[in-house]
Design a protein around this ligand. Structure first.
Ligand code: DQA
Length: 144
């Protein structure tokens, strides 16, 4: 059976391509998904790639990753990174290791982006490299 990586994306990431391109670039989420699927395949891994604008849905998906015995969860929680104790608690409650990713580097941006709740439960964090943040997270997950 192929091991699965859950790659979860939070609010406003559906708008990538047109959303603040000076910060996030012009790569769309569909293009990120295609690149992630291809990179994971090189490692013999499958991908379940999802996006939602709703915090509770992300919590449910973390639980689902646990139930599915996912190899790892790669999550760009977007703005919920900086606000959500619920996501932190969910990440702590599940067995699959959680890897945090960001397209931009939140630490070089506004002070309110410097705190990551989910980061307290993440085994690794890749940020500031756009699409490559996701690809490095996949490589790290494959080597866990
Ligand atoms: C982001 C950074 C967050 O601060 C922001 O709220 C996002 C995207 C990133 O990928 O750079 O929506 O997670």
């Amino acid at each position: 059976m192929t091991s699965i990586l859950f790659i979860l994306n939070g609010p406003n990431l559906n708008l990538l391509g047109t959303r603040e391109p000076e910060i996030y670039g012009t790569t769309t989420l569909a293009e990120i998904e295609a690149a992630c699927v291809a990179r994971a395949r090189e490692h013999g891994l499958g991908v379940d790639f999802r996006q939602t604008n709703h915090e509770g849905v992300l919590v449910d998906w973390l639980h689902e990753a646990h139930e599915a015995a996912a190899k790892a969860v790669i999550i760009n929680a977007a703005a919920y990174t900086h606000t959500s104790v619920a996501l932190l608690d969910a990440a702590k409650a599940i067995t699959p290791p959680v890897i945090e990713v960001h397209l931009s580097d939140p630490h070089t941006r506004e002070a309110f982006r410097h705190r990551s709740f989910i980061g307290e439960a993440a085994v690794r964090c890749f940020k500031g490299e756009g699409l490559a943040s996701y690809l490095h997270a996949i490589d790290a997950a494959a080597n866990l």
